[in-house]
Design a protein around this ligand. Sequence first.
Ligand code: UGA
Ligand code: MN
Length: 324
Amino acid sequence: MKSALCSRFFILLPWILIVIIMLDVDPRRPAPQLTSRPYFSPHTVGCGGSRVPLRRSSLGRDAAEKRNESRPPLQPEPRLPTIYAITPTYSRPVQKAELTRLANTFRQVAQLHWILVEDRATRSELVSSFLERAGLPNTHLHVPTPRRYKRPWLPRATEQRNAGLAWLRQRHQHQSAQPGVLFFADDDNTYSLELFQEMRTTRKVSVWPVGLVGGRRYERPLVKNGKVVGWYTGWREDRPFAIDMAGFAVSLQVILSNPKAVFKRRGSQPGMQESDFLKQITTVEELEPKASNCTKVLVWHTRTEKVNLANEPKYHLDTVNIEV
Ligand code: UGA
Ligand code: MN
């Protein structure tokens, strides 16, 4: 009798264990990744992918997760506005290093679409293969700056930013625009992750301080009662919008409802491109101050030192051709 009971117990034991394991599995929890992939194909990540939106604090997320344990979510979360970052870029020894820093930042931002515009007649192999491995939803454009405009005293990247604007308008021409925000992300600046949280809520045109620009530690819009009333700057205070390209964002709706707003070559001077563009789409009174009423620096106008390659011609070339 005792041995019959014992053998039944051992027959049932594996089944009991299986049932216990099945009950313990949380179907809401995604399966762990089998391989660690520091770089993903953009096609597997898609728009937004599984990255955590930066708008929530980890505290808020914990609370949300705890809530989910007791009852299922009632409705899906509203879609985050897409951030479109237009980056003009040109071939030089530090290009891949700059793009690597930028991609490392952007990869941590949810729902970001990178519009990379090369200053070239064709797409380069370097940028094409870089983007393939960058793990970011992206659009790769190219347009060369005409030779006559390649002068140190003339504005840079006019044609490239316009190509990015044209792509955005073309893409949204037949559909009512999804919520979106555009900003111009030069390839050599330094962007904090908080900046993306701030710009995501742009209704029309938002502004914030920029560090290390205009010959000063920072420039910033001066804010009174929640409105921009002037500019703290070290250079050309007479500019209608005394702000660097890194200091503002524009809603997609504003870009689409002002189809003629572009960067202009004719009559434009360095440092005036921002004002020339913003004048076409907004007024100073309308600007939305971000970063605690423009009292925090969340982006820096860093510039990379020109690299010293003086020893390159003195030595034999390597036997392999390595991309840098
Ligand atoms: C400042 C502003 O921050 C820029 O936004 C503005 O375009 C520029 O002045 C101007 O004078 O037009 P700065 O640091 O002097 O920036 O300019 P760069 O960083 O050298 O160039 C701005 C962007 O244009 C970068 O993303 C760069 O890769 C790109 N660029 C520059 C080109 O695509 N082609 C070029 O020949 C030079
Ligand atoms: Mn720069």
